[in-house]
Design a protein around this ligand. Sequence first.
Ligand code: GSH
Length: 340
Amino acid sequence: MAEREDDVKLLGFWASPFSRRVEMALKLKGVPYEYLEQDLMNKSPLLLELNPVYKKVPVLVHKGKVLLESHLILEYIDQTWTNNPILPRDPYEKAMAFFWAKVIDEQVAIRFASLVKAEKGIEVVIEEAREVIMFLEKEVTGKDFFGCKTIGFLDMVAGSMIPFCLARGWEGMGIDMISEEKFPELNRWIKKLNEIEINNPILPQDPYEKAMAFFWAKFVDEQVGPGGFRSVVKAEKGIDVAIEEARELITFLEKEVTGKDFFGGKTIGFLDMVAGSMIPFCLSRAWEGMGIDMIPEEKFPELNRWIKKLKEIEIVRECIPHKEKQIEHMMKVAERYKSA
Ligand SMILES: N[C@@H](CCC(=O)N[C@@H](CS)C(=O)NCC(=O)O)C(=O)O
């Protein structure tokens, strides 16, 4: 199969939780891919050639390399495209995520098969299935997602298997397997999963929010950015007045990010990139070089919280300029502003 360097192909089946979870990961990472729907009743020569061992989907082909088994494919995707991490970095948590993923795919799914057979009677089988699902209820208690604050590996495995596959089967059989009263936490998690827009948008989809993101981006780049920095450097009305004026502008951003993880909501987006590259990772260095604590924690708790969250993201950290070098550079810029 001839492959271009950036080629990503996914052989999948529309109703397969194993292939849907791989699509979730590719979409979350923003990786373009070609989807090749497979007829599992009449397997294509391509599927048989790529997965001769199991003859199953999903199969991911990247740069000519063939990847099999959904858990391994998810891990490969996470390591290849490092934005929006899906697996925990901590080795113990990572091992546990793989453990629970195996429970879901083996135990919960097998219980579905025994439900259909119901050799011990339907009520017994339902109770047995619920006992296994109860482990997951406990595992997600008090967390937004299995992966904690954002959707991750286990959410993709459990999500594709339970609410978006088995639950349809249970419903068809007239069984309310994971009722709200018995599994409040799992139901809360399913609602959160449904709210996620997994198309990795940087800009808001809503036209009003999109216009507002552009408005604030312009504000950051023009008012707070070079313009604001120039006024602090020149300090024509005195440095204290210049600092206060800059803080007044920054207060608008403090309000804008209040109560949100990021300017873009739950995940990093356009305005986080604009404001992040300009404020903490550029201007703050210049302010620091001038001995000014422009955005102290007491005055700007929300912006400080947001900066911490930004720094937790690997791709953001990779783009932060070297601190000392940047302070030096910004001091040269300040000199230019002064003498202009
Ligand atoms: N352990 C595999 C399971 C994959 C699997 O069971 N795929 C099913 C689709 S839901 C399949 O291709 N079945 C075809 C067959 O068994 O002949 C994974 O995680 O990728």
